[in-house]
Ligand binder design. Structure first.
Ligand code: GDP
Length: 696
């Protein structure tokens, strides 16, 4: 059976935004206008972050699957739009990362009264890393403080100078009433039920000059990024047709050279219809993007796969979600080839074969069974046993491993105890399930203390986990005090020897290695180099040395935290014909690493958070002082009407209890968000306290 929609008519997109910018509401409006839901509903919601998250989850789950398909007609052609869900809270960076990995284009939603907020900045840069083409939607133009130029300046300064408005708002704040389309040079109003009818008018006379000015800027900018348009711009500017202009914007947007900006208000139901057209006009189909890259699991060679049905099948599993009706759903994105229901695929990450039972396309209102999946599709399947987030599924005759999405390491951990003894097993299996769903959530059983430790990206992340345990798995856990996930690293180069030699009768043990350790840049991880010459250590023992080194790194040398960011070169050693074994070399590797790291000026690292605090201006001084007392480095303060925004970098260790402090400092009127930024060396005097505390 051929595919229903040609691949050119496919758009795999996500909405990304700062918390509360209007992502959920935009999605709701899109699903309404595309006929997948029957009402938009009210726009109210709770206030505290936890309540908010639970509500969002519930709300999002009722309207959105991890990927929801809808359809939209532009110029007489029907397009399939797959919306990949992205989380609303930054503690869920991993979710943003993994959705960015599988989508082809994104709509970045802004709060028009606030300009660019910190999370938008973060997701924007993440999208830069994945080269995701973007369009911007400045929402809430009805709100006090909303301002066309303020938003543009904010986007230009903080995100990209290549953002270019395709529209002008008509009126502002409560008088915001429509848009001017700078491509067609028409005024737009939205009428009918929930603004579902777009009407075109002449541009109001008092706005003509302004519209001409911005049209000119638009032409100039696009011509600067697209040679085809440039030619026409220079020879016959007046003759540029809307189609030519749109094609040029499309080409430049797909190359991430331009970021078209749209405006609207979801409250007033203004702007979503042109935004939907914009998704089709300017965001790429899978065919517009470079082929996906992976490696041959046997040879390690790089392989490319084009989004064609004639190529061998390969797909990435990007989300595992428990579904109340069908069990565990595995969402996957097909990069090449086709997949028939009932066939077998190879999971090259786990090495297991899996049978694809049912294939489902998820809509907001129903799930649809499909017989076959095609390149570019985003679908779900049920009943996979050994497939987790980030695993590659492919044709077993043409194995490929797609690059795994990378996830940040958890920065915070906490002890969790079951409420009753009887809950112990239930708790363990629920935690296992949750960690399979969410790669930034880890769970570990400490055999020495008999404690279960869970770790994640922030306090809120772990609170949500505890809440999900209760609601979805019906098991309650008591959380202990959150602890910072410190790391250790080294600052100098050092060499050390590791010997594990036992020769007392019978077969002995003989492992002997000499290694060099060198510091690496933050975030670059571990590297092991085998520089053994002349077989002084036989090849078969070298992986054991690496294993030993890694085992020793797990426990660190200062306070038991894992060592990160170092290069280890194995360059000398010796062996014994009879007594050498993998075991002996592993132990020798461990001994050598510990010795070398101790000599290499080891130091503690702590997670530093990016914090954004929004407060009424009268509390500015107090809040600033409080942040400074928390070892915070203030990076920027921004004035908005009667409001101040403070951006700072603060060690996570100092942020515990901040919500309570901020509440009392601002009589409950301040709010903040934070997310992990980077690891940094802990100041000397605090290192000592941590090490001593740990050793007590
Ligand atoms: P999300 O966190 O990005 O998913 O944001 P939501 O869609 O849940 O919206 C956040 C808040 O903004 C809600 O309280 C909405 O009622 C409100 N909101 C959404 N759109 C608009 C708008 O166009 N104008 C105004 N004034 N408020 C809006």
């Amino acid at each position: 059976m051929p595919r229903k929609y040609p691949i050119e008519n496919l758009r795999n997109i996500g909405f990304i935004a700062h918390i509360s910018a209007g992502k959920t509401t935009t999605t709701t409006c899109v699903l309404y206008y595309t006929g997948r839901i029957h009402k938009i509903g009210s726009l109210e919601k709770g206030t505290t972050p936890l309540d908010w998250m639970i509500q969002e989850r519930e709300r999002a789950m009722t309207i959105m699957a991890a990927a929801t398909s809808c359809y939209w007609k532009v110029g007489g052609k029907e397009y399939e739009i797959n919306i990949i869900d992205t989380p609303g809270h930054i503690d869920f960076t991993a979710e943003v990362q993994r959705s960015l990995r599988v989508l082809d284009g994104a709509v970045v939603v802004f709060d028009g009264s606030a300009g660019v907020q910190s999370q938008s900045e973060t997701v924007w840069h993440q999208a830069d890393n994945f080269s995701v083409p973007r369009i911007c939607f400045v929402n809430k133009m009805d709100k006090v403080g909303a301002d066309f130029e303020m938003n543009l300046k904010s986007i230009w300064q903080r995100l990209s100078e290549n953002a270019v408005p395709l529209q002008l708002p008509i009126g502002v704040e409560e008088n915001f009433s429509g848009l001017i389309d700078l491509i067609e040079m028409k005024a737009l109003k939205f009428e009918g039920e929930e603004g579902s009818i777009k009407k075109e008018f002449e541009i109001p006379s008092e706005m003509k000059d302004l519209a001409m000015k911005w049209r000119e800027k638009l032409l100039e900018k696009v011509a600067g990024e697209d040679e085809i348009l440039l030619e026409k711009y220079l020879s016959n500017k007046e003759g540029i047709t809307p189609e030519e202009l749109r094609s040029a914007i499309r080409r430049a947007t797909i190359k991430c050279r331009l970021f078209p900006v749209f405006f609207g208000s979801l409250y007033k139901r203004i702007g979503v219809l042109p935004l939907l057209d914009g998704i089709v006009y300017y965001l790429p189909s899978p065919l517009d993007l470079p082929p996906v890259k992976g490696t041959d699991p046997k040879t390690g060679q790089i392989i490319e796969r084009k989004p064609l049905e004639t190529e061998p099948f390969c797909a990435l599993a990007f989300k595992i979600q428990a579904d109340p009706y069908v069990g565990t759903l595995t969402y996957f994105r097909v990069y090449s080839g086709t997949l028939k229901k009932g066939s077998y695929v190879l999971n090259t990450t786990s090495g297991e074969k899996e049978r694809i039972g049912r294939i489902l396309r998820m809509h907001a209102d129903k799930r649809e069974e499909v017989e076959e999946a095609f390149a570019g599709d985003i679908l779900a399947t049920v009943g996979l046993k050994n497939t987790l987030t980030g695993h590659t599924l492919c044709d077993e005759n043409y194995p490929i491993v797609l690059e795994k999405p990378t996830f940040p390491e958890p920065v915070i951990s906490v002890k969790i105890e079951p409420k009753t003894k009887a809950d112990q097993d239930k708790l363990a299996s629920a935690l296992k399930k949750l960690s399979e769903e969410d790669p930034t959530f880890k769970t570990r059983y400490d055999t020495e203390t008999g404690e279960t430790i869970i770790s994640g990206m922030g306090e809120l992340h772990l609170e949500i986990i505890a809440d999900r345990l209760k609601r979805e798995f019906h098991v309650e856990g008591n959380l202990g005090k959150p602890q910072v996930a410190y790391k250790e690293t080294i600052k100098e180069v050092a060499e050390a020897e590791g010997k594990y030699i036992r020769q007392s009768g019978g077969r002995g043990q003989y492992g002997h290695v000499i290694i060099r350790v060198e510091p690496k840049e933050r975030g670059t991880g571990f590297e092991f180099v085998d520089a053994i010459k002349g077989g002084v250590i036989p090849k078969e023992f070298i992986p054991a040395v690496e294993k030993g080194v890694k085992a020793a790194m797990e426990k660190g040398v200062l306070a038991g935290y894992p060592l990160i960011d170092l290069k280890v070169t194995l360059f000398d050693g010796s062996f014994h014909e009879v007594d050498s074994s993998e075991y002996a070399f592993k132990i020798a590797g461990e001994i050598a690493l510990k010795e070398a790291a101790k000599k290499a000026k080891p130091t503690l690292l702590e997670p530093i958070m990016k914090v954004e605090v929004v407060i009424p201006e009268e509390y500015f001084g107090d809040v600033l002082g409080n942040l400074a007392a928390r070892r915070g480095k203030i990076e920027e303060t921004i004035d908005r009407i009667k409001t101040k925004i403070i951006r700072a970098k603060v060690p996570l260790a100092e942020m515990f209890g901040y919500a309570t402090d901020l509440r009392s400092l601002t009589k409950g009127r301040g709010s903040f968000i934070m997310e992990f930024d980077h690891y940094e060396e802990v100041p000397e005097y605090i290192q000592q306290q941590i090490i001593e505390g740990k050793l007590k």
